[in-house]
Design a protein around this ligand. Structure first.
Ligand SMILES: [Fe+2]
Length: 310
Protein backbone atom coordinates (compact mmCIF):
# COMPACT_ATOMS: atom_id res chain seq x y z
CA UNK A 1 0.00 0.00 0.00
CA UNK A 2 1.25 3.48 -0.85
CA UNK A 3 1.08 5.85 2.12
CA UNK A 4 0.55 9.45 1.01
CA UNK A 5 2.21 12.16 3.14
CA UNK A 6 -0.13 14.62 4.86
CA UNK A 7 -0.69 17.56 2.57
CA UNK A 8 -0.78 21.30 3.16
CA UNK A 9 -3.91 23.25 2.22
CA UNK A 10 -3.87 23.83 -1.54
CA UNK A 11 -2.87 27.40 -2.40
CA UNK A 12 -4.64 27.01 -5.74
CA UNK A 13 -8.30 26.03 -5.87
CA UNK A 14 -10.27 24.27 -8.55
CA UNK A 15 -12.65 21.32 -8.61
CA UNK A 16 -9.98 18.64 -8.29
CA UNK A 17 -12.54 15.86 -8.79
CA UNK A 18 -13.13 17.21 -12.29
CA UNK A 19 -9.49 18.17 -12.97
CA UNK A 20 -8.43 17.15 -16.47
CA UNK A 21 -4.68 17.75 -16.89
CA UNK A 22 -5.12 18.28 -20.64
CA UNK A 23 -7.99 20.80 -20.46
CA UNK A 24 -7.91 24.55 -19.84
CA UNK A 25 -9.48 25.35 -16.45
CA UNK A 26 -10.21 28.56 -14.48
CA UNK A 27 -8.73 28.61 -10.98
CA UNK A 28 -8.58 30.80 -7.88
CA UNK A 29 -5.67 31.23 -5.49
CA UNK A 30 -4.66 32.79 -2.17
CA UNK A 31 -1.28 34.33 -3.01
CA UNK A 32 -2.15 37.95 -3.78
CA UNK A 33 -1.15 39.23 -0.34
CA UNK A 34 2.13 37.32 -0.16
CA UNK A 35 4.89 39.87 0.61
CA UNK A 36 7.17 38.15 -1.91
CA UNK A 37 5.00 39.72 -4.63
CA UNK A 38 5.34 43.31 -3.36
CA UNK A 39 7.09 45.43 -5.94
CA UNK A 40 10.00 46.19 -3.58
CA UNK A 41 10.56 42.44 -3.08
CA UNK A 42 10.41 41.87 -6.82
CA UNK A 43 12.90 44.68 -7.47
CA UNK A 44 15.33 42.96 -5.09
CA UNK A 45 14.73 39.66 -6.89
CA UNK A 46 15.27 41.39 -10.24
CA UNK A 47 18.63 42.71 -9.04
CA UNK A 48 19.69 39.15 -8.20
CA UNK A 49 18.44 37.71 -11.51
CA UNK A 50 19.65 40.54 -13.76
CA UNK A 51 23.29 39.68 -13.15
CA UNK A 52 22.55 36.19 -14.51
CA UNK A 53 20.67 37.40 -17.57
CA UNK A 54 17.36 36.13 -16.23
CA UNK A 55 15.13 39.08 -17.06
CA UNK A 56 13.27 39.21 -20.35
CA UNK A 57 11.73 42.49 -21.45
CA UNK A 58 10.16 44.26 -24.39
CA UNK A 59 8.22 47.46 -24.91
CA UNK A 60 4.51 47.98 -25.47
CA UNK A 61 5.20 47.98 -29.23
CA UNK A 62 4.98 44.15 -29.16
CA UNK A 63 1.58 42.94 -30.37
CA UNK A 64 -0.37 39.67 -30.47
CA UNK A 65 1.29 38.64 -33.74
CA UNK A 66 4.85 39.67 -32.83
CA UNK A 67 7.30 36.76 -32.74
CA UNK A 68 7.35 35.69 -29.08
CA UNK A 69 10.97 34.56 -29.32
CA UNK A 70 12.17 37.76 -30.97
CA UNK A 71 10.05 40.35 -29.14
CA UNK A 72 12.89 41.48 -26.82
CA UNK A 73 15.18 42.09 -29.82
CA UNK A 74 12.50 43.63 -32.03
CA UNK A 75 11.20 45.97 -29.31
CA UNK A 76 13.97 46.34 -26.75
CA UNK A 77 13.64 48.19 -23.46
CA UNK A 78 16.44 50.73 -23.66
CA UNK A 79 16.47 51.86 -20.02
CA UNK A 80 18.13 50.01 -17.18
CA UNK A 81 15.86 47.06 -16.31
CA UNK A 82 15.85 47.65 -12.57
CA UNK A 83 14.93 51.31 -13.08
CA UNK A 84 12.24 50.17 -15.52
CA UNK A 85 10.71 47.86 -12.93
CA UNK A 86 10.80 50.53 -10.24
CA UNK A 87 8.84 52.83 -12.57
CA UNK A 88 6.68 50.18 -14.25
CA UNK A 89 3.49 52.25 -14.32
CA UNK A 90 4.94 54.72 -16.83
CA UNK A 91 7.65 52.50 -18.37
CA UNK A 92 5.60 51.10 -21.28
CA UNK A 93 7.40 47.83 -20.68
CA UNK A 94 6.66 44.12 -20.30
CA UNK A 95 9.07 42.28 -18.02
CA UNK A 96 9.46 38.63 -17.05
CA UNK A 97 11.64 37.38 -14.21
CA UNK A 98 12.77 34.01 -15.55
CA UNK A 99 13.32 30.78 -13.68
CA UNK A 100 12.76 32.30 -10.26
CA UNK A 101 13.17 28.79 -8.82
CA UNK A 102 16.92 29.39 -9.19
CA UNK A 103 16.68 31.99 -6.41
CA UNK A 104 16.60 30.43 -2.90
CA UNK A 105 13.80 32.69 -1.63
CA UNK A 106 11.56 32.09 -4.63
CA UNK A 107 12.42 28.40 -4.91
CA UNK A 108 10.74 28.11 -1.52
CA UNK A 109 7.67 29.85 -2.94
CA UNK A 110 7.61 27.52 -5.97
CA UNK A 111 7.82 24.52 -3.65
CA UNK A 112 5.16 25.83 -1.25
CA UNK A 113 2.69 26.27 -4.09
CA UNK A 114 3.44 23.11 -6.05
CA UNK A 115 3.74 20.95 -2.92
CA UNK A 116 0.29 22.19 -1.86
CA UNK A 117 -1.35 20.86 -5.04
CA UNK A 118 0.95 18.00 -5.93
CA UNK A 119 -1.16 15.16 -4.53
CA UNK A 120 -4.26 16.51 -6.30
CA UNK A 121 -2.41 16.89 -9.59
CA UNK A 122 -0.74 13.51 -9.39
CA UNK A 123 -3.97 11.60 -8.83
CA UNK A 124 -4.66 12.40 -12.48
CA UNK A 125 -1.23 13.31 -13.86
CA UNK A 126 1.70 11.63 -12.07
CA UNK A 127 5.37 12.51 -12.30
CA UNK A 128 5.51 16.22 -11.39
CA UNK A 129 9.01 17.55 -11.90
CA UNK A 130 11.08 20.25 -13.62
CA UNK A 131 9.42 22.86 -11.39
CA UNK A 132 9.66 26.46 -12.50
CA UNK A 133 8.44 29.90 -11.54
CA UNK A 134 8.04 33.01 -13.72
CA UNK A 135 6.94 36.44 -12.51
CA UNK A 136 5.60 39.03 -14.93
CA UNK A 137 5.70 42.73 -14.09
CA UNK A 138 4.00 44.77 -16.79
CA UNK A 139 3.02 48.32 -17.64
CA UNK A 140 -0.58 49.07 -18.63
CA UNK A 141 -1.59 48.01 -22.16
CA UNK A 142 1.32 45.66 -22.78
CA UNK A 143 0.96 42.33 -24.55
CA UNK A 144 2.53 38.87 -24.30
CA UNK A 145 2.54 37.73 -27.95
CA UNK A 146 0.66 34.57 -29.01
CA UNK A 147 2.77 31.46 -28.31
CA UNK A 148 2.96 27.98 -26.76
CA UNK A 149 5.19 26.53 -24.03
CA UNK A 150 6.18 22.98 -23.09
CA UNK A 151 5.18 22.99 -19.43
CA UNK A 152 1.82 22.68 -17.70
CA UNK A 153 1.17 26.14 -16.27
CA UNK A 154 -0.86 27.63 -13.43
CA UNK A 155 -0.96 31.36 -14.26
CA UNK A 156 -2.17 33.47 -11.35
CA UNK A 157 -3.03 37.17 -11.21
CA UNK A 158 -1.53 39.03 -8.24
CA UNK A 159 -2.10 42.74 -9.01
CA UNK A 160 -3.94 44.66 -11.71
CA UNK A 161 -6.09 43.10 -14.42
CA UNK A 162 -5.20 40.97 -17.41
CA UNK A 163 -7.11 39.30 -20.21
CA UNK A 164 -5.83 35.87 -21.12
CA UNK A 165 -6.87 34.25 -24.37
CA UNK A 166 -6.09 30.54 -24.24
CA UNK A 167 -6.96 27.70 -26.55
CA UNK A 168 -7.08 23.97 -25.83
CA UNK A 169 -3.81 22.12 -26.46
CA UNK A 170 -5.50 19.95 -29.09
CA UNK A 171 -7.18 22.81 -30.98
CA UNK A 172 -5.62 22.23 -34.40
CA UNK A 173 -7.51 25.20 -35.87
CA UNK A 174 -5.13 27.48 -33.96
CA UNK A 175 -1.81 25.58 -33.86
CA UNK A 176 -1.33 22.60 -36.17
CA UNK A 177 0.07 19.22 -35.23
CA UNK A 178 3.00 19.99 -37.55
CA UNK A 179 3.72 23.24 -35.67
CA UNK A 180 3.73 21.35 -32.36
CA UNK A 181 6.05 18.70 -33.86
CA UNK A 182 8.43 21.46 -34.93
CA UNK A 183 8.24 23.15 -31.54
CA UNK A 184 9.12 19.99 -29.63
CA UNK A 185 11.79 18.81 -32.06
CA UNK A 186 13.65 22.13 -32.52
CA UNK A 187 12.17 24.46 -29.90
CA UNK A 188 11.14 26.53 -32.91
CA UNK A 189 7.82 28.38 -32.87
CA UNK A 190 8.19 29.41 -36.54
CA UNK A 191 5.10 27.51 -37.72
CA UNK A 192 2.90 29.17 -35.10
CA UNK A 193 1.17 32.19 -36.63
CA UNK A 194 -1.36 34.56 -35.11
CA UNK A 195 -4.66 35.38 -36.78
CA UNK A 196 -7.10 37.91 -35.29
CA UNK A 197 -10.09 35.55 -35.84
CA UNK A 198 -8.58 33.13 -33.30
CA UNK A 199 -9.97 35.34 -30.52
CA UNK A 200 -13.49 34.02 -31.20
CA UNK A 201 -12.29 30.45 -30.60
CA UNK A 202 -10.54 31.16 -27.29
CA UNK A 203 -11.33 30.72 -23.64
CA UNK A 204 -11.18 34.36 -22.54
CA UNK A 205 -10.34 34.92 -18.88
CA UNK A 206 -10.48 38.46 -17.48
CA UNK A 207 -8.31 38.00 -14.42
CA UNK A 208 -8.27 40.10 -11.26
CA UNK A 209 -6.11 39.40 -8.19
CA UNK A 210 -7.01 36.01 -6.71
CA UNK A 211 -7.96 34.56 -10.08
CA UNK A 212 -6.02 32.52 -12.60
CA UNK A 213 -6.06 29.75 -15.15
CA UNK A 214 -4.58 26.32 -15.66
CA UNK A 215 -3.06 25.99 -19.13
CA UNK A 216 -1.93 22.49 -20.16
CA UNK A 217 1.35 21.99 -22.02
CA UNK A 218 1.27 23.62 -25.49
CA UNK A 219 -2.02 25.45 -24.95
CA UNK A 220 -1.68 28.48 -27.23
CA UNK A 221 -2.05 31.72 -25.28
CA UNK A 222 -2.03 35.50 -25.63
CA UNK A 223 -2.07 37.89 -22.68
CA UNK A 224 -3.10 41.56 -22.61
CA UNK A 225 -2.69 43.89 -19.63
CA UNK A 226 -5.59 46.23 -18.89
CA UNK A 227 -5.34 49.86 -17.71
CA UNK A 228 -3.20 49.44 -14.58
CA UNK A 229 0.24 47.94 -13.91
CA UNK A 230 0.12 44.18 -13.49
CA UNK A 231 1.91 41.48 -11.50
CA UNK A 232 1.32 37.85 -12.50
CA UNK A 233 3.04 34.60 -11.57
CA UNK A 234 3.24 31.28 -13.39
CA UNK A 235 4.07 27.99 -11.69
CA UNK A 236 5.10 25.35 -14.22
CA UNK A 237 6.11 21.69 -14.31
CA UNK A 238 6.40 18.61 -16.46
CA UNK A 239 4.66 15.31 -15.76
CA UNK A 240 4.97 11.83 -17.22
CA UNK A 241 2.27 12.76 -19.74
CA UNK A 242 3.98 15.98 -20.89
CA UNK A 243 7.28 14.12 -21.30
CA UNK A 244 5.53 11.40 -23.30
CA UNK A 245 3.69 13.92 -25.47
CA UNK A 246 6.85 15.96 -26.04
CA UNK A 247 8.92 12.95 -27.05
CA UNK A 248 6.26 11.71 -29.49
CA UNK A 249 6.05 15.14 -31.14
CA UNK A 250 9.83 15.37 -31.21
CA UNK A 251 10.13 12.11 -33.13
CA UNK A 252 7.37 13.15 -35.52
CA UNK A 253 9.18 16.44 -36.10
CA UNK A 254 12.52 14.79 -36.79
CA UNK A 255 10.88 12.30 -39.18
CA UNK A 256 9.16 15.17 -41.01
CA UNK A 257 12.57 16.74 -41.62
CA UNK A 258 13.60 13.67 -43.61
CA UNK A 259 10.33 13.55 -45.54
CA UNK A 260 8.40 11.05 -43.42
CA UNK A 261 5.13 12.69 -42.46
CA UNK A 262 3.04 10.88 -39.86
CA UNK A 263 -0.66 11.73 -40.18
CA UNK A 264 -2.21 13.74 -37.35
CA UNK A 265 -3.55 11.51 -34.61
CA UNK A 266 -3.45 13.78 -31.55
CA UNK A 267 -1.35 11.29 -29.65
CA UNK A 268 -3.89 8.48 -29.65
CA UNK A 269 -2.83 6.15 -32.44
CA UNK A 270 -1.00 2.85 -32.31
CA UNK A 271 1.57 4.48 -34.57
CA UNK A 272 2.21 7.28 -32.09
CA UNK A 273 2.51 4.71 -29.29
CA UNK A 274 5.07 2.80 -31.36
CA UNK A 275 6.97 6.03 -32.09
CA UNK A 276 7.03 6.88 -28.41
CA UNK A 277 8.24 3.46 -27.29
CA UNK A 278 10.91 3.39 -29.99
CA UNK A 279 12.08 6.89 -29.08
CA UNK A 280 12.13 6.05 -25.39
CA UNK A 281 14.32 3.01 -26.01
CA UNK A 282 16.66 5.03 -28.24
CA UNK A 283 16.87 7.78 -25.63
CA UNK A 284 17.69 5.29 -22.89
CA UNK A 285 20.54 3.92 -25.00
CA UNK A 286 21.82 7.43 -25.73
CA UNK A 287 21.72 8.36 -22.05
CA UNK A 288 23.61 5.23 -21.08
CA UNK A 289 26.30 6.23 -23.57
CA UNK A 290 26.33 9.79 -22.20
CA UNK A 291 26.68 8.55 -18.63
CA UNK A 292 29.53 6.28 -19.66
CA UNK A 293 31.35 9.33 -21.01
CA UNK A 294 30.52 11.52 -18.00
CA UNK A 295 28.08 13.86 -19.77
CA UNK A 296 24.98 15.39 -18.17
CA UNK A 297 21.71 13.53 -18.86
CA UNK A 298 18.11 13.37 -17.73
CA UNK A 299 17.40 17.08 -17.85
CA UNK A 300 13.63 16.72 -18.11
CA UNK A 301 13.41 14.51 -15.04
CA UNK A 302 15.25 17.04 -12.82
CA UNK A 303 13.30 18.36 -9.84
CA UNK A 304 13.67 21.98 -10.96
CA UNK A 305 13.74 23.55 -14.41
CA UNK A 306 17.30 24.20 -15.44
CA UNK A 307 18.13 27.78 -16.37
CA UNK A 308 20.85 28.83 -18.75
CA UNK A 309 23.96 29.92 -16.85
CA UNK A 310 22.72 27.86 -13.91
FE1 LIG B 1 3.76 31.42 -22.05
Amino acid sequence: MVVMPSNPTPLIDLDWNKFNPWAVTPVTHRLSDDPRFRIESLVELAKRLDSKGRIRAHTNAAEAGTSFANAPDLHPVKNNLIHTMEHIEAAKAWMSLLNVQTDPVYRELVDEVLDSIRSNVELKDPGMGYRGGWIFVSSPKTVTPFHIDKEHNFILQIKGQKTIYVWEPDDLRVVSERARDRFHSRHDRGLIAWREEFRELAHCFKLSPGQGAYMPSTSPHLVEVEDAPSITVSFTYYTDSTRRDSLTHKVRGRLAEIGINIPSSQGASILDRALYLGARAARAATRAAYRATGRRVGEESATYARAENA
